[in-house]
Design a protein around this ligand. Structure first.
Ligand code: TIU
Length: 220
């Protein structure tokens, strides 16, 4: 057991049931020419969390704890892409369209892959998910159970979309969830701050927040 000096109050970590979930650190969200940019976002903001996320991943690997990565992407035939998702809004490129990093948000295309700096190593689970949350239409829930996890640290992008959706669903399923505040980012800084505050309000109604340094210290 280790105490994590989290907010809104410290939490006891059970290192035998703790895992890291890195959400959607894909080129399509972090690099120019991908899905995030096609929606009109400044992707540079997201690059700032790469070093902290790398330190977090390194801490879990050194502690011998599981690291699970997710990728938001769709099958090449778009059979798992609801028209309501593809047709939403007025992006410069829609999901499935050819872009500079291959077809936007399509499994197997360069843009849908995880950025090289945070690339999974052998033995780490990668979950491809068609939704914002990692549980919908994936094996994520089964993987968490198989690994015997009870507490999850979350990192990745974007804070108020895929990270928060997954964290809320994990919280409902009984997992104790901790968001690493310097290893997550939004295209909208105010949304990141709001998500952090709403997660830990009301006595950790969705979960806890802590910095990468605090998590690493608790890992020992
Ligand atoms: N647009 C946006 O903020 N996020 C997403 O579309 N997906 C994820 O958060 N991964």
């Amino acid at each position: 057991m280790a105490i994590l000096d989290a907010e809104p109050f410290p939490i006891e970590l059970d290192l035998s049931a703790l895992g890291l979930v890195v959400i959607d650190m894909q080129r399509d969200f972090v690099e120019p020419g991908g899905f995030g940019a096609s929606l009109g976002n400044d992707v540079e903001l997201l690059r700032a969390i790469v070093p902290a996320t790398a330190r977090l991943i390194d801490g879990f690997r050194k502690a011998g704890l599981p690291v699970i990565h997710t990728r938001e992407c769709h099958r090449p035939d778009l059979s798992d892409l609801p028209p309501a998702k593809r047709d939403r809004g007025n992006p410069s490129l829609r999901i499935g369209d050819p872009g500079p990093m291959g077809r936007i948000l399509i499994a197997g295309e360069p843009g849908a892959d995880i950025i090289p700096e945070l690339y999974p190593v052998e033995g780490e689970t990668v979950i491809d998910k068609p939704g914002k949350g990692a549980f919908h239409a994936t094996s994520f829930g089964d993987v968490l159970k198989e690994k015997g996890l009870r507490q999850l640290v979350f990192a990745g992008v974007t804070t108020e979309v895929c990270v928060q959706t997954t964290m809320r669903e994990a919280n409902d399923r009984g997992y104790e969830c901790i968001l690493a505040t310097d290893a997550t980012e939004s295209y909208f800084p105010a949304f990141k701050q709001a998500a952090i505050e709403m997660i830990r309000a009301q006595g950790a109604i969705v979960g806890w927040t802590a910095t990468t340094a605090q998590v690493r210290e608790a890992l020992g």
